[in-house]
Design a protein around this ligand. Structure first.
Ligand code: ZN
Length: 153
């Protein structure tokens, strides 16, 4: 899905991207005025995720979240039917929402990639951040699994 996440819901952004949703974060784009947010929702056909009830009710497609807590917000998103299953191959950069490309074996890696890591590594075409399925990916995946389980019970 194509999402626009409002400033007050920043904790969920990386999770949505991990699950293959094209997720614009309002704070990254410096979208502050309701009019600017409304314009992008309509122009891109995005689903707005916000805690601002008034704003949510003024666009055609919005999910209004009640909670501040990231886990509770993710639960509400799952309940609303937005799939929170991580994609096998990551598609969007968790940092900037750019597209990811697979890094070949012959290419140089930045120092923050563990040298012993043997699996696939991806790089953002926009900000050049590298991603791999390490402990951070495992933790996020586990969190999402717990949430999907809670919601399905
Ligand atoms: Zn990026």
């Amino acid at each position: 899905m194509d999402l626009l996440v409002d400033t007050m819901c920043g904790g969920i952004v990386a999770y949505c991207r991990l699950c293959g949703h094209d997720t614009v974060f309002a704070a990254d784009e410096e979208l502050e005025a309701d009019d600017e947010i409304r314009a992008l929702v309509e122009a891109d056909n995005r689903t707005l995720i916000t805690r601002d009830r008034e704003l949510g009710h003024s666009v055609s497609d919005a999910l209004v979240l009640e909670h501040r807590d990231t886990q509770r917000q993710l639960e509400a998103i799952a309940v609303a039917g937005i799939d929170l299953t991580p994609t096998a191959v990551p598609r969007y950069c968790g940092r900037c929402n750019g597209s990811l490309e697979c890094v070949g074996d012959d290419q140089q890696l930045p120092d923050y990639v563990p040298a012993e890591f043997a699996g696939s590594i991806w790089r953002c075409v926009d900000c050049h951040q590298h991603f791999w399925k390490g402990s951070h990916w495992d933790r996020m995946t586990e969190t999402l699994e717990e949430i999907r389980q809670r919601v399905s019970e």
